[in-house]
Design a binder for this molecule. Structure first.
Ligand code: KMH
Ligand code: ZN
Length: 280
């Protein structure tokens, strides 16, 4: 059974890299293993409990290379206590087979997007049979999924998935609302309230993130509804209008400050493990 988690503890997940931004356009983006581990350490010290990881190759391009993913999980475990979540979303160009193989790197957690989404001019493909295969694989491999919800229809898909295949490994159900993607639900308080109201009863915790200029409205709405926060350069590249983000730590520090206003304190990695049902 899960240990009760302090209701005043706020989980801050950092998503430091993503797959969409080019290093050449944004040199602060952590793309090498060394940069990623240093970023993770800084963000952990600032108050993050979990890291959502996309990796890059030697040319700083997105990759799902299994050797690199495995080395990354190991390096993050050695260098930090953060819960390590690997993205199974990858980039919009990654084949579904490669995205399933991400679980071979044995992360603590994996992202699992609940449906296909228009993603700017691209399509982020998550056909239902793939969602089911990835979910069952996460149960087999004992990897705790984080359900990524880009749209209200994906909340309905989560009901179907849990009804059909039961609870995730570990027994917790943690979701992340990814709002404000052009093609997904808007990053507004109204949309957040609607999505949270529609979550399945099995959900034990949720976070939210708003892309780009929706980052603050979504964070403030999430805090007021009792949710957790995801922040990082995967989702936003400016700290305020016209001012580029200097580091992921800066975004984590801002999340901690927002949490303090809401009388929350950062959740530790150990508490995050307890929240998500991840074995120590
Ligand atoms: N890069 C996006 C196409 C995830 O990490 O699972 C998908 C994404 C979601 O970032
Ligand atoms: Zn991602």
């Amino acid at each position: 059974s899960r240990t009760a988690v302090d209701p005043q503890a706020l989980l801050i997940t950092v998503a430091p890299t993503g797959a969409e931004t080019a290093k050449a356009d944004f040199p602060q983006l952590p793309t090498t293993l060394e940069e990623l581990v240093r970023t993770a350490q800084e963000c952990e010290a600032a108050g993050a409990g979990m890291i959502h990881v996309h990796i890059r190759d030697d040319d700083h391009l997105p990759t799902l290379d299994l050797g690199r993913l495995t080395d990354t999980v190991q390096a993050l475990r050695e260098g930090t206590d953060l819960v390590v979540q690997l993205s199974t979303g990858g980039s919009v160009h990654d084949p579904l087979e490669d995205r399933l193989k991400v679980l071979d790197a044995q992360p603590d957690s994996c992202s699992l997007t609940m449906g296909t989404t228009n993603f700017g001019d691209d399509v982020f493909s998550n056909p239902w049979p793939f969602v089911c295969d990835l979910y069952q694989l996460s149960q087999e491999r004992r990897v705790v999924p984080e359900f990524e919800l880009f749209d209200l229809g994906q909340v309905a898909a989560l009901h179907r998935l849990l009804d059909r295949y039961g609870l995730p490994y570990g027994g917790s159900v943690h979701c992340d609302l990814v709002m404000g993607v052009p093609g997904g639900m808007p990053g507004t308080a109204d949309a957040l309230v609607a999505a949270v109201a529609a979550l399945p009863e099995q959900v034990t915790s949720w976070s939210a993130t708003g892309i780009g200029r929706t980052t603050l409205p979504v964070a403030l709405a999430a805090l007021s509804k009792g949710g957790h926060l995801r922040v990082g350069m995967e989702d936003v590249l400016t700290i305020r209008k016209g001012e580029p983000v200097e580091s992921n730590r800066q975004l984590v520090e801002r999340a901690v400050a927002l949490g303090e206003i809401a009388q929350k304190r950062p959740m530790t990695p150990a508490e995050t493990r307890s929240l998500l049902g991840i074995a120590n």
